[in-house]
Design a protein around this ligand. Structure first.
Ligand code: SAM
Length: 176
């Protein structure tokens, strides 16, 4: 992919992907709900081409369209009952002819840390224990490639969803 004018990154976190997106977009808008994540991302990348927005993606209202919308390891935290409204807003954010790229974890019993409960039992709530012993319950949904593809197409994208041998699911979509 060549250089595009504008990229929107959702749930940008500490900037692992934001750094890569700097090679693709002239201007990156990076959204995350956490002030701490934004502070780390900003300090690490220190780029005038990134504009940060601290907001909750479940109440976010898209205001403009981008050549590329990207989110990595965020989709699996979107509960199924909010998936449609979230993806509708993502669709609104992609310019006609523009692209959406998603990457996330696929269900793989060996891909989680030892102290993380991971069961393919349809339970979307998982326990996460930090090194300091604090525990949090998070949403973790392993969307299947065919159901995700169907969903993205229903919304209006031309979508191709694939999985890698073990750990990842990724979607390459175009708004046509
Ligand atoms: C698993 S991390 C992924 C971060 C980054 N995309 C990556 O792949 O390294 C999920 C991110 O979502 C952010 N997040 C959690 N809830 C959110 C919400 N409701 N709205 C926006 N961001 C949120 C967290 O702060 C965190 O940075």
């Amino acid at each position: 992919m060549g250089l595009v004018e504008s990229v929107l990154e959702l749930a940008s976190g500490t900037g692992i992907w934001t750094q890569k997106l700097l090679n693709i977009g002239e201007k990156i808008i990076a959204i995350d709900a956490s002030e701490e994540m934004i502070t780390i991302n900003r300090a690490k990348l220190n780029s005038p081409n990134i504009e940060y927005r601290q907001l909750d993606l479940f109440t976010w209202q898209p205001e403009t369209e981008y050549n590329l919308v990207f989110f990595g390891f965020w989709l699996s935290h979107v509960p199924p009952n909010l998936l449609n409204s979230f993806l509708q807003k993502v669709y609104q954010s992609v310019r006609l002819g523009g692209q959406l790229f998603i990457i996330d974890s696929r269900f793989e019993p060996t891909s989680t840390a030892k102290n993380h409960l991971l069961a393919d039992d349809g339970n979307i709530y998982k326990l996460r224990k930090l090194n300091n012993e604090q525990e949090f319950t998070i949403v973790k949904v392993f969307y299947q490639a065919d159901e995700l593809q169907e969903h993205l197409e229903k919304i209006g994208f031309k979508a191709q969803v694939n999985v890698t041998d073990n750990y990842f699911i990724y979607a390459n979509c175009q708004k046509i």
